[in-house]
Design a protein around this ligand. Structure first.
Ligand SMILES: Cc1ncc(C[n+]2csc(CCOP(=O)(O)OP(=O)(O)O)c2C)c(N)n1
Length: 297
C-alpha cells in the first residue's frame, strides 16, 4: 500500500522499495479500471508504469491538490493512449479520488480515453496524437529558462512514437537551445500496435540517433526502480544538453501471460482476465474494485 503522506505537495523522493509498492498498486488500479470500463490500452500502461510512478512519487515537484502551482515541475505523457496508467498514478498521488478511476471512458466520467486538459485537472496538455509532447515540453522548458524558473520538465514517449518526424524536429530544437532542464523518457518495449517496432519502421540504433542529435543518453532497465531513480537524478545533474532515458521495458509487464505481446497494445483485459492477474498480484478483481469504490479514497 502507498505510504500515508503520498498526497503531499513537493518532491516526494520516495525510496525505491516504497516506489515498488506504489507501482504494484498502480498496476492493480490499471487492470481494474480497464476491466471495469471494458476499454483501454493494457500493454503500454503496464510497461511504462515503473518510471511514471518514479517521476510523480520521487522526482517531480508537484502539488496534486493545486495542479497549477507556479513552483511545479512539468510532466506530460506524449504516448497518451496509456491513459489508464496516467490516471492511476495521478489518483494514487492525490490529484483526484481513486473512485474516479471507475469513470474512465464513461460518458459521465472526467477521464477520457485520451487525456483532456479541459476535463482532468493536472493534465497539462490534451494528447493522443503521437509526436507532439516533446515540442510542448520544449516550449515549457524555454519559457522556464526565460523566467529563470528552476523547473524540471519531464516528457514520456513511446518507442513506436519515435517513428514520428516531429519527434526529431523537437530533438534538434531542444539541443540547439540547450534545454538541459528537459528529461525525456522513452518506453522502449520494442513493440507497437502492429507488431515489433523494428518490423514496422526500424528505429535502431536509437541511443546513437539521440546522441547524434546532441542529447545525453542514459540506458536503463525500465522496471528496476534503483536504476530509474539514479537515472532521473543523473539527468538532473547533467548540463548543457537535454537528457533522454531509454527505459528498456516489457509491454504488459506484471502479468506474464501477456508480457511482450504486441496484441495487448490496445486490448482491454476483461474482468476474468483481470481477476487472474490480480490474484497473482495478491488481490482479486472484486477486492480491488471495492478499494476503488470507497468514496473517501
Ligand atoms: C500521429 C499519430 N499517428 C498514429 C496514431 C495511432 N497510434 C496510437 S498508439 C500507436 C502505436 C504507438 O506505439 P508505441 O509508441 O510503441 O506505444 P506502445 O505500443 O508501446 O503502447 C499508434 C500508431 C496516433 N495516435 N498518432
Amino acid at each position: 500500500m502507498p505510504v500515508p503522506d503520498c498526497h503531499q505537495k513537493g518532491r516526494l523522493e520516495l525510496p525505491a522499495d516504497e516506489l515498488r509498492d506504489v507501482a504494484k498498486d498502480v498496476r492493480r488500479d490499471i487492470l481494474t479500471m480497464i476491466a471495469n470500463a471494458g476499454s483501454g490500452h493494457t500493454g503500454g500502461s503496464l510497461s511504462a508504469c515503473d518510471f511514471l510512478t518514479a517521476i510523480l512519487f520521487h522526482a517531480a515537484k508537484i502539488d496534486p491538490r493545486n495542479p497549477k502551482w507556479n513552483e511545479r515541475d512539468y510532466w506530460n505523457v506524449s504516448n497518451a493512449h496509456i491513459s489508464p496508467l496516467i490516471y492511476s498514478v495521478m489518483a494514487e498521488r492525490g490529484y483526484f479520488p481513486l473512485n474516479e478511476l471507475l469513470g474512465f471512458r464513461q460518458i459521465k466520467g472526467n477521464l477520457q480515453g485520451h487525456p483532456s486538459a479541459h476535463d482532468t485537472p493536472g493534465i497539462e496538455v490534451s494528447a493522443g496524437s503521437l509526436g507532439q509532447g516533446l515540442s510542448v515540453a520544449i516550449g515549457v522548458a524555454l519559457a522556464s529558462k526565460m523566467d529563470k524558473h528552476p523547473r524540471r520538465v519531464f516528457c514520456c514517449m513511446g518507442d513506436g512514437e519515435q517513428q514520428e518526424g516531429s519527434v526529431w524536429e523537437a530533438a534538434m530544437c531542444a539541443a540547439h537551445y540547450h534545454c538541459d532542464n528537459i528529461t525525456a523518457i522513452i518506453d522502449y518495449n520494442r513493440v507497437q500496435i502492429d507488431g515489433p517496432v523494428e518490423e514496422v519502421i526500424g528505429i535502431d540504433p536509437l541511443a546513437d540517433k539521440w546522441r547524434a542529435f546532441n542529447w545525453h543518453v542514459l540506458e536503463i532497465d525500465g522496471h528496476d526502480m534503483e536504476q530509474i531513480v539514479d537515472a532521473l537524478a543523473e539527468a538532473d545533474r547533467l548540463t548543457e544538453r537535454p537528457t533522454v532515458i531509454l527505459a528498456n521495458t516489457l509491454m504488459g509487464k506484471g502479468w506474464k501471460e501477456i508480457e511482450d505481446d504486441y496484441r495487448w497494445h490496445g486490448r482491454p483485459v476483461n474482468p476474468d482476465e483481470a481477476n487472474t492477474a490480480l490474484q497473482l498480484m495478491g488481490t482479486s478483481y472484486d477486492e480491488w474494485l471495492g478499494r476503488l469504490k470507497k468514496p473517501s479514497s
